[in-house]
Design a binder for this molecule. Structure first.
Ligand code: GLU
Length: 281
């Protein structure tokens, strides 16, 4: 299979040095492998995504010398695909409606018999309060959750990690899912699919073989790998890279406009300067 990777920014702010590093690394790896480098716009959240951010991101990527293969995929154009996938899991009895608020979950999780409440890639680990509710009883104000215990596909999900911090094969045990992940929200009112659910479908739809992204998403990979398996999608190899941090050691965020690529450009930096700042050759 052709080595295929992607860069998937959310158009909710400017591209900063951390994004540029991730994009350049994925792009360089794809080119070195003679593979494909795809661009996806993760605009699931239509309340926060803006076309002018997307336009600026594309401009910055082109300025950095990044060229992508094929058309850009936008999540907002695939809401029906996500809904169909949710329905097929619902037919397997693996989706249930949930009306718990954050406060409900916090209260249930901190009940004395539950021990210390844990957090996973989908927030506070869901205690399963609504698990017995049938899918058919959903109302328009319910979120939908996936029952991870209903993964009856047989083999244990596993993924290969190639990044520097956690390299090797990682098995996704039922125990890990129960204690470190919890049943994830896969859709909620106003959001056709959750980020974890959509990326797994998007990566499979575009034949992505390698996901190259920041190590802040390493833990989320256990959830995404389990989703892949439950949806019958092919496994992906991961490379989680170190995050670029500011002088105080804090990871860069979209709000760090001082590190925006457009700001470096306006200040007269060259694409080579940005590569150097990101620690790339
Ligand atoms: N849109 C996601 C982000 O910016 C993509 C993460 C991923 O590469 O899976 O964090």
């Amino acid at each position: 299979m052709t080595f295929t990777t992607r860069f998937a920014p959310s158009p909710t702010g400017p591209l900063h040095l951390g994004h540029a590093y991730s994009a350049l690394l994925a792009h360089d790896m794809a080119r070195a492998e003679g593979g494909r480098f795809l661009l996806r716009i993760d605009d699931l959240d239509q309340t926060r995504s803006r076309p002018d951010w997307e336009a600026l991101i594309l401009e910055d990527l082109r300025w950095l010398g990044i060229d992508w293969d094929g058309p850009i995929r936008r999540q907002s154009e695939h809401f029906d695909d996500y809904r169909r996938a949710i329905e097929s899991l619902a037919e397997q009895g693996a989706v249930y409606p949930c009306r718990c608020t954050r406060a409900d979950i916090a209260a249930a999780a901190s009940a004395p018999q539950e021990g210390a409440p844990g957090f996973g890639p989908d927030g506070r680990i869901y205690p399963g309060t609504c698990r017995a509710r049938p899918f058919a009883s959903r109302t328009p104000t319910d979120a939908l959750r996936l029952d991870l215990t209903k993964n009856t596909t047989g083999a244990m999900p596993a993924f290969t990690e190639m990044g520097p911090a956690h390299g090797g094969l990682h098995e996704v045990t039922a125990q890990h899912l129960a204690t470190h992940v919890g049943d994830p929200v896969i859709a909620r009112p106003g959001l056709a699919a959750s980020y974890h659910f959509a990326v797994v479908l998007d990566d499979a739809a575009t034949q992505v073989t390698h996901v190259i992204r920041g190590e802040d998403l390493f833990e989320a990979t256990f959830l995404q790998c389990s989703l892949q398996q439950q949806l019958g999608l092919p496994p992906v190899t991961y490379h989680h890279h170190a995050l670029i941090r500011d002088e105080a050691g804090k990871r860069l965020a979209k709000r760090d406009n001082a590190r925006a690529i457009s700001k470096y450009r306006a200040d007269g930096a060259t694409p080579e300067d940005v590569r150097r700042m990101a620690g790339l050759p």
